[in-house]
Ligand binder design. Sequence first.
Ligand code: HEM
Length: 450
Amino acid sequence: MSEPRFVPPHPPREAVAAPVWRGLFGERARNSVYGWSQKAFEIRHIRRQVLRFTVHIPLDPDAVQRVLQTNAANYAKPDIVKKLIAPMIGKGLLSADGDLWRAQRRIVAASFTPGAVESVASIFASTAEARMAGWPDGSTGDMAAEATATTMTIIADTLFGGDPRLKTPEAMHNIAASLKAGGEVRLSAILGLPPVPWNRTMRAGQRAQKELRRTLANVVRDRLPDGGDDFLGQLISDLHDRFSPAEALQLAVDNAATFYLAGHETTANAVTWTLYTLAAQPDLQEQAAAEARAALADGEPATLADRLPLLRRVLDETLRLYPPVPRFDRQAIGHDELSGTAVEPGDIVSIWPWVLHRHKALWDDPDAFDADRFLPDAKAKQHRFQYVPFGGGPRVCVGMRFSIVEALVILAHWLAAWRFQLPPGHIVRPVGTVTLKPDGGLPLIRTRRD
Ligand code: HEM
């Protein structure tokens, strides 16, 4: 008899959609993956009026493909999102559109080729090793915090020349505070309120953002005029070649902030959720650990990630159930039609990996964990746009390969040396803001392997 599949607990689902106003208060406002109706995971398209916005949520992969790829020119980053994130990441790659986006994408692409990622894989490995050296055998530790500290060090060391100002506990605290406030700032923008921070979370978020932005501006200024030959240095000099000095400086700080923020929180969540799904399935964890030990013992560290096919499937399946970016948005420029529903200029189109990845029409037993969904034959039968943890089309995550290799290398080093267990009775609850995290972190018991 085959083992029952592991079905991680998910937020409760109501039979029908709740009225929109309930989404503006309480748990629904704080946690974007809470309060979905069962129906949302069964239908092809959701169209709702959220105060002054018409919001579409396409749940048919053909429609998702149309928004992100085939008709991508009709869908820009929403004005409201640009306004929300401007104080932090300005007009950097993540928030720019049109020619400004294209010019920046071209500049940074060279730093994320497979060869460029391979060349920094040894930094992924040494950082993971250094971090685990601090864990007492048999101790319980918050693996969400461990993963964040590790990926933060990696991004500072690989892209920013190891600048110590980007690796401090204060920087980590400021990032967490900015992201936590993100949901509430969004709510105030939806309500059409001026960007006045009305509670402690928002005030703390605004302070944290200012401090981060100031630190990054100093990091960039200290590199002028030449830059240097790492990612930041190259970015500074390439921007200088294409833009006026003032614009180039502004965009350098915008992109430093973009890559610093987008480049580590997300990967930290991928590592955290994978540790969770493996801690909950001890047999699978043993298999992944054995694979990791063999892969570490045998061959080039730079290509370690290629020798971890089981761990890669576990990571892919974890990103299906726990997409680190649970939603991302566009705004229609002109008229369009998605799954037979008219889209008007100005309408918001939200892509929801959290819902698409658990949709009943797209996945068999969608809430259950099954890494075999990502065996080559099974994967070949999936629609490219039913699984979008990294987005898709021309704006697909530029750091996708970087983060997959990084997550696999960190996990391989940790799993080869340690066994991870959930504390008895501990229930993990996902909370979605800008990213998707386990509420209160992820305490795991760590036992050293022989
Ligand atoms: C597991 C880790 C990651 C996940 C799940 C993730 C997810 C995403 C998603 C969904 C998008 C598309 C957003 C949209 O279309 O609106 C995106 C874009 C982006 N990501 Fe990632 N990301 C990850 C890691 C990284 C890393 C490591 C970096 C940089 C080092 C990075 C930098 C970016 C940037 C700059 C963009 C904007 C690209 C553009 O618009 O051209 N991400 N990411």
